[in-house]
Design a protein around this ligand. Sequence first.
Ligand code: NAD
Length: 489
Amino acid sequence: MSVDVAAARMSADLYVGGAWVAGEAGALENVDPGNGWVVGSVSLASAEQVERAVVAASDAFPAWSASAASERGGILRRAADLLADRTEEAVATILLETGKTEADARGEIGRAVETLRWNGEQAGRVQATTFPGVVAGSRRTSVPTPLGAVAVITAWNFPAVLATRKLGAALAAGCTVVFKAAEFAPATARLVVELLVEAGLPDGVVNLVFGDPQQVSAQLTSSQRIKALSFTGSTAVGKALAAQAAPQLIRTVLELGGHAPVLVMDDADVDQVIATTAGAKFGSAGQSCVAPSRYFVHESLYDELVARLTARAASYVLGHGTEPGVTLGAVAHQGRVDGLVRLAEDAVAHGGTITTGGRQVERDGFYFAPTVVAGLALDAGAAILSEEPFGPIATVSSFGALDDAIVAANAAPYSFAAYLFTDRLSVRDHVVRRLNASNLGINQLAPSLPDAPLGGLGNSGYGYEGGVEGILAFTQLRLVSETALGLAG
Ligand code: NAD
């Protein structure tokens, strides 16, 4: 297949109260990380425009929340069909503004379609629960009630999946939204909103803004009209937003960073470990919250795993997603490259050996060579063992006793994805109980699919996305206890 870049429109305006408008606070360039070229622009909202978006969402809430759930679901399912129909445009858009490969961009659009569809189907299934009453003729009902206008803020690395995951759940629940999408991937967010509008979304139900992230988020979290905040992004920003939202007691879901350990036991098949995890490690150039990033390998398989992972990493073909044969794309910007160089140098200073990569690749755009750092002691103290690398780099360390590997894995302050390779049931049970992981893949990947809840702990955040729980996160369970007087006594 190939990508038709002419299909993509790479600029994004704001969508406020049912109208596309230019931002009054100027614009930023939309840069293609794959070659550094400016491909479009993103409009920045003034404080007044953000306020208009908040008011529009708040005003649209009564009618939207009172609409039939089947109607809301119908809009989401139609948007899924529209996105599927416009796959080529969406793939080109994602690829040009994120630096992904064609395979990664296609995979993401497929997942975004699935996410809209699942939330559309689920909208009509958000049910109340009835409990017996305590006196004759009485009953109690727990009713999921949409919270109101909510703020949604997303990261750039999966711009279609994150938009559809949050908007799908919020809209299914009956909430209205002010959506502050990432300025690094604005056109994908614009496309998702456009498709929802085309699918029949009433004016004001979703409002899209970009701007100065700090100012916009401060405005959203201090507004009396905003009832919840759902954020996906880095741990540092998530902590700042949690603090901003706290004085108003705005309910918050935080999907933050990850630093996934991979535990490889002595009965594992090294080929299977590499075949399973390498795609997740180097896909989207490692910029994924579930990317395997720290391999802890039983000493009996260590040399073999280092050799195979090194060979696999070295086999990737770097380049722009439109070039034929490219299997690994760019990272977001030069700051990411610099961060990865720093982590690699620090790892060497702490006793690691770079078996492949470890450097910026000199070509237009922002590329870091796929990198393996071997030989770090479990307690080496290297920054890369505790800091989310968010790039195409992995460490491999050797262990003798499983509990030593678990202690080392748990030393990073995240709890999100983790992987275990073994066929021994006793080891699985032990690891499930002891490893800090919220999403454990055993002999397989740990996908975040639309139908199952997923949420982090520690520096990975809190609250759930996905599944019924992800929709319920946008509701309040109202308990109604009632007695029919004619029947009482
Ligand atoms: P980021 O935190 O820099 O940005 C995320 C969003 O916050 C963007 O919309 C950005 O404009 C905004 N933002 C940036 N600085 C801000 C500030 N000071 N105040 C308020 N808002 C601000 O993150 P990113 O680089 O876009 O994304 C990468 C991070 O997201 C990684 O840590 C990754 O693990 C995480 N992530 C987590 C999940 C998950 O499901 N847990 C999924 C995808 C990405």
